[in-house]
Design a protein around this ligand. Structure first.
Ligand code: ADP
Ligand code: MG
Length: 342
């Protein structure tokens, strides 16, 4: 799991009245900068518990820590099933369901591709076609066997990588802790995986900014006003390298073995379940606009969830789900129109 601190794909505007008892806490977890702000309910005890939980999740789910559950499973690929805990089984199960529904655009078995390209590591490179073909043989979610208490990767060399889903899982876990502590409102930002939790004191909606993919460090492109929800963005503009003027980023299309080039440069998914938003933002980024409409319909039917989306495309067009009409606008006057899709 190679999460990178620069992955702040969205800005947050915080308008809640804040009596400022204790400062929000920012700490690195899962290789990403995480901030939790529980406003007047924020206490040292609460933040300690949250960041301990995040550290625990990283220890289990990291694809790079040699002792993690995922590394243990990967090390036995093609050899034997590995007993693991319920939490890992549940996240993997959800990842596999998303893989089936997205025809493999999202896959928990992306490890060999992630490792081969090494984006943002000291060995990042454009692999040869032969290397990509070899890796693709192993990116095979149909060969991930789950049983009641164990996981078996049926081909030697297969590798689970849950980098596209774990921050979402973690955000949901943070919300459970907030609930247990009776926190009234909070903003959870796990490197761009945002959860706006509870209600603001004045009853108004939360405002979340969606970054401008062409200029991620300047003002956000879009402003989204929502009630309690998770907002997760996958983008091609934070973790990448360039070679001969071409950008190679960290979300791979398992159909080609190359960084996805679907036309979407920023895919935001909004739903009450952050794990769903995270998996779907990665999947829709890979699939592109048209196929994503179908995927989201299928997903809603299967899981009965509320799901909204905002896709920013290569040449600047913006597509959003119709339910966001009146809640989504360009931050600066923009001649472009948002296309709301029923
Ligand atoms: P981020 O976590 O970087 O904000 P994503 O949620 O889209 O963005 O996840 C990207 C990560 O997911 C990659 O760094 C990699 O670990 C993993 N990954 C890359 N391609 C895929 C894919 N097609 N399906 C599932 N996971 C992927
Ligand atoms: Mg994701």
């Amino acid at each position: 799991m190679k999460f990178v601190s620069r992955l702040c794909l969205v800005f947050i505007f915080l308008f809640a009245s804040c009596s400022g008892k204790i400062e929000p806490r920012t700490q690195t977890a899962m290789d990403t900068v995480c901030t939790v702000n529980a406003f007047e309910d924020g206490t040292k005890k609460l933040y300690d518990e949250i960041f301990e939980r995040l550290a625990q999740i990283e220890k289990k789910f990291s694809a790079t820590l040699p002792d993690s559950e995922i590394s243990r499973i990967n090390s036995m690929a093609g050899i034997s099933a590995v007993k693991t805990n319920e939490e890992v089984l549940n996240v993997l199960d959800f990842a596999l369901k998303t893989a089936w529904i997205s025809d493999g655009a999202f896959t928990p078995a992306a490890g060999p591709l992630v490792d081969l390209w090494g984006i943002n590591t000291d060995h990042q490179k454009i692999p040869s076609q032969a290397q990509i073909n070899n890796a693709l043989e192993l990116v095979d979610f149909g060969c991930v066997g789950l049983s009641r208490d164990s996981v078996f990767l049926r081909k030697a060399g297969m590798k689970i990588n849950l980098g596209g889903i774990v921050k979402g899982f973690a955000a949901d876990e943070v919300c459970k802790i907030l609930k247990m502590h009776g926190v009234k409102k909070a903003v959870v930002d796990l490197g761009g995986n945002i959860y706006v939790y509870g209600k603001k004191s004045d009853g108004s909606k939360w405002t979340v900014g969606i970054k401008n993919p062409e200029s991620p460090s300047s003002a956000p492109l879009l402003r989204l006003c929502i009630n309690e929800n998770s907002v997760v963005t996958s983008g091609s503009y934070e973790r990448y390298f360039e070679s001969n003027g071409k950008r190679y980023h960290h979300i791979f299309d398992p159909a080609t073995g190359f960084p996805a080039d679907s036309g979407i440069v920023s895919a935001t998914v909004i739903s009450p379940s952050s794990i769903a938003s995270d998996a779907l933002s990665t999947a829709t980024f890979v699939l592109g606009v048209e196929k994503s409409f179908k995927l989201l319909d299928k997903f809603k039917k299967e899981f009965g969830s509320d799901i909204s989306f905002v896709f920013v495309c290569k040449y600047g067009s913006v597509f959003a789900s119709a339910d966001l009409k009146g809640s989504l606008e360009f931050v600066q006057d923009d001649s472009r129109k948002i296309v709301f899709v029923p």
